[in-house]
Write a protein that binds this ligand. Structure first.
Ligand SMILES: Cc1cc2nc3c(=O)[nH]c(=O)nc-3n(C[C@H](O)[C@H](O)[C@H](O)COP(=O)(O)O)c2cc1C
Length: 325
């Protein structure tokens, strides 16, 4: 399948694995890229620019296909050394960066001077247009369904994607709720040039996370996510567990007076405990509603091959057949 996204990134299939905290290590990124998609290492998860450089080198030993690095620009006080992370990316020979969070505007000159193709992940048409204006090559349009941070507008992909198609001239991929060939064909029909998946890629054999995480996603239904940190205007979609129910209760009681201190112990430092130790109730961790569509833990290659063959079958048989009939 050829789309503006496969052409832009030089990949075989229009499928991207979004950056994921404590999931986006070399093993997963390499598996996705080897299977013909675009694998992405999560920059900040590595901890320092030096460690990111090592992770890029490790990934490049596992694949000769294009890979990307995610740079998440955190809200508020946290300020990692982004210029040094960008140096590590350029020195490592990576030429694709997925940015997310705040606008990447301040870092665009450095990225562009290094010949990097930038795909910015955003949750609204207005932020997508801003990304286009500041020189991003593509956007990942993240609907309300998505795992992680869906923004504050709450527009689901059935509306958001065609709206993005109406306004944007650069290519974009559909993100949030994508799981299989049906998602891909629907995303293409709505005007996207491919898909970005997070949660689906966690439940794969190669994802370097504890088996408990994969099984929790397989067990979860589409009813099992919750939105937290809404009063802080930093909304996150996470999998329900007792810690998350506690956060929801605190936020319900305190309303707009909620501060990060009220919930800090339930959200800070949780990822290594969940992803590496399999302590599923350690606190809040991102998960999409798409968990309801995830019933197995395949290899990344089997997953991507199945998506592409299901998409082809849908286009050639189901859709074409309806026209003929
Ligand atoms: C466990 C987890 C961690 C994530 N961490 C990040 C992150 O650090 N930076 C980022 O830009 N997006 C992050 N995301 C969002 C994903 O890259 C992707 O946009 C999202 O998962 C898409 O929605 P889906 O889960 O329905 O596929 C994370 C998602 C999950 C599920």
């Amino acid at each position: 399948m050829k789309t503006r996204i496969t052409e832009l990134f030089g990949i075989r299939h229009p499928i991207i694995q979004g950056g994921m905290h404590y999931v986006g290590f070399a093993e997963l990124a390499a598996a996705v890229s080897n299977a013909g998609g675009l694998g992405i290492i999560t920059g900040l998860t590595q901890g320092t620019p030096e460690k990111l450089a090592k992770e890029i080198a490790r990934c490049k030993e596992m694949t000769d296909q294009p890979i990307g690095v995610n740079l998440t620009f955190l809200p508020g006080f946290a300020n990692p050394p982004y210029p040094e992370y960008i140096d590590a990316i350029l020195q490592g020979g990576v030429r694709i960066v997925e940015t997310a969070g705040r606008s990447p505007e301040a870092y665009m000159p450095a990225l562009k001077a290094g010949g990097v193709k930038v795909i910015h992940k955003c949750t609204s048409v207005r932020h997508s247009l801003k990304a286009q204006k500041i020189g991003c090559d593509a956007v990942s349009v993240d609907g309300f369904e998505c795992g992680g941070h869906p923004g504050e507008d709450d527009v689901p992909n059935f509306i958001l994607l065609p709206r993005a198609a109406e306004e944007l001239s650069i290519p974009f991929v559909a993100s949030g709720g994508m799981a299989d060939g049906r998602s891909l064909v629907a995303a293409l029909a709505l005007g996207a040039d491919g898909i970005n998946m997070g949660t689906r890629f966690i439940a794969t054999r190669e994802a370097p996370v504890h088996e408990n995480v994969k099984q929790a996603i397989v067990r979860a239904t589409e009813l099992d996510t919750r939105l937290i940190m809404r009063p802080l205007r930093n909304t996150e979609r996470v999998l329900a567990n007792p810690a998350v129910e506690k956060i929801v209760e605190i936020e319900r009681t305190k309303g707009t007076a909620t501060t990060i201190e009220d919930i800090r112990e339930l959200v800070a430092g949780v990822y290594p405990r969940v992803m590496q130790q399999g302590d599923m109730d350690a606190g809040a961790w991102s998960c999409g509603m798409v968990a309801g569509l995830i019933h197995d833990v395949p290899t990344v290659k089997d997953l991507i091959d199945a998506i592409m063959s299901q998409a082809e079958g849908l286009i050639r048989q189901r859709l074409e057949g309806m026209l003929a009939g």
